[in-house]
Design a protein around this ligand. Structure first.
Ligand SMILES: [Zn+2]
Length: 91
């Protein structure tokens, strides 16, 4: 991941598309650039942050679903508290 500055636009390595991968709106000014194995991604800085948080959440959920240590033992107490709170029961 890198920062794409306005002065970089038009460089041979800069993506020609200026649409944000996350929100679809045009990105003007400073952008975040992700160069992967496929299409390069351009994002508004805030969209990059929002995407990162969403990805971390999805990764945690996938790790929890896998049953790999330590997620089940960490999630069980959290689930217990959530269920008690939803039923209005003080722990
Ligand atoms: Zn955006």
């Amino acid at each position: 991941m890198a920062v794409l500055y306005p002065a970089d636009r038009g460089s041979w390595w800069a993506p020609s598309s200026a649409s944000c991968f996350y929100c679809g709106q045009e990105v003007e000014g400073i952008a975040v650039l992700w160069v992967g194995s496929g299409e390069d991604l351009v994002l508004h800085p805030q969209c990059a942050e929002d995407l990162a948080v969403d990805l971390i959440g999805d990764a945690r959920e996938a790790q929890l679903a896998s049953g790999a240590h330590p997620w089940p033992t960490r999630a069980a107490p959290a689930l217990r508290e959530s269920l008690l709170a939803s039923e209005g029961i003080d722990a």
